[in-house]
Every structure is written in C-alpha cells, then in structure tokens.
Design a protein around this ligand. Structure first.
Ligand code: GLN
Length: 386
C-alpha cells in the first residue's frame, strides 16, 4: 500500500452520508445538491446520447464548449482566455485540481491553504506528495491577511490555494484579501490555484471576484478552477473547467489526458446548452438560495447553534458548543440520532494546528428542496425544545 496514504481516511463529508442513510436522517451533510437540473441542460445531454455523441473528445474538451466557456469567462469573470490554448474541460473541478497538483507541482513542494479548507484540496495534495501548510484566517469573519500568509511561507512554498466563495465557511474574498494574496504570491513567485465552483451562489448583492481578473500579474500566475456541478445541480456529472496561461494549460491537458482521457462527452454537450441560459436563471437561483440560507441560519440561531452567516456558496458553519459534546463528530452523530438531521463535523475542515480546530463546529448544507429544509428545520426546533 502506498506510503503517501498513511494517515489518510475517507472524509467525514462522505462518512456522514453513510451515517445519514443508515439512520434515515435528512442529509444536510455532504453537498449533494439534489435540485432539478435545468431542462435545456438535461435535454441537450439526452439529445447528445441519442445522436451517438458518445466517443472521446480531445483531452481539453469539445471545441464548441470551450468557445462558450471563453465567452462566459470574459463576460462574467473578467478573464480573457484563448479557448484553443488556455481552457481545459475537466472531469469535474476535483479533476482540475488533481491536474494542477500533478502537472504544475512536485512531491515535497508546499502549498498554502487557508483554513477552514475544503478537505479534498488537502487530501488530494497529500496523495500527490505535495505538503499543505495551513494559513490561519483572522477574526470571526475569517479574513485572509498578508501577515498570516507570510507566516507560513518557507523556501519550499510553490503555490497558494484560494477557495471563494468558500467551502465550508461561505466567505467570499474581497479585493483587499486578494491584493494581500497577490503581494505574497509576487514576492515568492507562487502559483495561485483558485477554486471558484460556487461563483454563481452569492448573497446580499455581493459580486464574486475571480482573483485572475484583478491584475495582469495575477492573471499570469493563476490557474482558475470552475465547475458546473453547483450552477446546474449536476454534482454527479463531473464537469468542470480550468482557465490558465497557455504554458500551464498545456501541462494540465497532458495530465488530464493521462488520468481521465476526457470529460464525459454527452454531458459536455449538455452543459454547453447551459451557457445559453438567460441571466434570469442565475438571478432566480440566487433568490432561491437566499431564502434557504435565511431559513437555515434563522433556525440554527433559534436552536442555539450559532451560525456564521454565509456570503456565498450553500454551507453554514454552526457552533455546537451548547450541546456539550466531546467532539464535533460526537455532536454530529447526536444530531443524527436525536434530531434526524445529518451535518459534517467541523474537524473535517481544520488541521488542528491552530486555536480553532473545528471541534465546536458542524457544517450544514442547504442545497436541498425547500420542503426538505423546512422538515429539517422543524426537526431541529423539536429537538431543541425537547
Ligand atoms: N463539495 C461537496 C461537499 O463539500 C461534495 C464533496 C464530496 O462529496 N466530496 O460536501
């Protein structure tokens, strides 16, 4: 067995889905996102299967889809990318991240990862022999600062991971924070790896900022990872994409070919149709998620599990100290048994190196139908009242 896997176990994100299934609990743990797929996206995928578009695409993806991605990047993200040389369609954004680890980094290289982090970034890095160094975010709003970044830089640091809107905290990086990241990246010649898969789920009129769009210097050193799982509620399709300067994209394409061959062809045709959806679709999605956020945040407050109100994405970190549990996992297991609601223990998102180790937190996902969320909130209220 590979030594690189020592100490690695399957994430609690997935373990809690199994625990929820076994107990028949409502699963607000794993970000499954079982909302309806937009009809034009589903129809285009079905049509592609029926038209026998079922063989390989190029490793970098279907040319028509890449052209649409390039137009969307320019219009929505403020990123200029040549569809021929600077965009790679990937088998999910996790595959994009893997391609970066294996195509642009070497074993022993260190990457800066602000925590709380998405555990798969850290786990995948460790499988690639890349060493995560955890950056402590500051204050109750979890801000990224230049000082905290610099504190973790060593001579082996090669890259910095920016996840915005953040899984698990829902924080969105503002220009000041991205500026801090840029200064550190410039000083130490770091690659910037973003994960912006929740870009279209934002609240209170906030605008998502793609780090690569903020300056020429940032664009030159940034690999922008995006995906369609959350935007079109197709987490099981495994469709993502990456935009990067051509020299980087060339290597990402090479690794993507070796590891995955190509992203699923008919599904590439399906998501291509999604790029034609009117702006109203995205506005409605934001309104729908805002209502869900408000319901869940309000209920968590009511039952004493103080939430960190998300600015984007569809997760909320919630303080379970009042339960008096010995660990976050114990609190999450008790919420399954006593309330019939599954969450993810906060420890899945922290290294344990800093003061905050996630042990007083759980993550609640609200990418669910409203009726299911209402039932989950009723259960939480009954549990708190009992
Ligand atoms: N991104 C989702 C989450 O954080 C699902 C990830 C997964 O299944 N690994 O829950």
């Amino acid at each position: 067995m590979s030594r690189r896997l020592e100490g690695l176990a399957q994430s609690d994100i997935r373990a809690m889905t199994r625990a929820a299934d076994a107990a028949g609990a409502i699963n607000l743990g794993q970000g499954i996102c079982d909302l309806p797929t937009p009809a034009p996206v589903a129809a285009a995928a079905i049509a592609a299967i029926e038209a026998r578009k079922s063989t390989y695409t190029y490793a970098e993806g279907d040319a028509g889809l890449r052209a649409r991605i390039a137009a969307k990047l320019a219009r929505v993200n403020g990123i200029t990318a040549d569809p021929e040389t600077e965009i790679v369609v990937t088998a999910g954004s996790a595959a994009a991240f893997t391609c970066v680890l294996h195509g642009l980094l070497d074993p022993g290289d260190e990457i800066l990862v602000p925590e709380p982090y998405y555990g798969y970034h850290v786990g995948a890095a460790r499988v690639a022999g890349v060493v995560p160094r955890y950056v402590q975010l500051v204050g109750s709003r979890l801000r990224l600062t230049e000082e905290a970044l610099r504190a973790r830089v060593t001579e082996r640091t090669r890259a910095l991971v920016l996840c915005t809107p953040s899984n698990p905290s829902g924080r969105m990086l503002d220009r000041e924070e991205i500026g801090a990241a840029e200064r550190v990246a410039e000083d130490h010649d770091l690659l910037v790896i973003t994960d912006e898969i929740y870009e279209s789920i934002t609240y209170d009129g906030r605008q998502h900022i793609s780090p690569a769009s903020t300056s020429e210097a940032m664009a030159r050193r940034t690999v922008t990872i995006l995906g369609l799982s959350k935007t079109f509620s197709i987490t099981g399709w495994r469709l993502g994409y990456v935009a990067a300067p051509a020299a980087f994209a060339e290597k990402l394409k090479l690794v993507h070919d070796l590891f995955y061959i190509c992203a699923p062809t008919p599904l590439q045709h399906g998501v291509a149709a999604g790029f034609d959806l009117p702006d109203g679709f995205f506005d409605e999605m934001r309104i729908d998620y805002s209502r869900k956020r408000d319901l869940v945040v309000g209920t968590l407050r009511e039952v004493g599990l103080t939430p960190l109100v998300p600015e984007g994405a569809y997760y909320v970190l919630s303080d379970v100290s009042c339960m008096g549990a010995g660990s976050a996992r114990e609190a999450a297991m008790r919420l399954i048994d006593e309330a019939g609601v599954a969450t993810v223990p906060g420890t899945a998102f922290f290294s344990g190196e800093h003061d905050e180790d996630g042990s007083r937190l759980v993550r609640v996902c609200y990418a669910k139908e409203m009726g299911v969320l209402e039932e989950a909130c009723d259960r939480l209220r009954r549990w708190a009242g009992a």
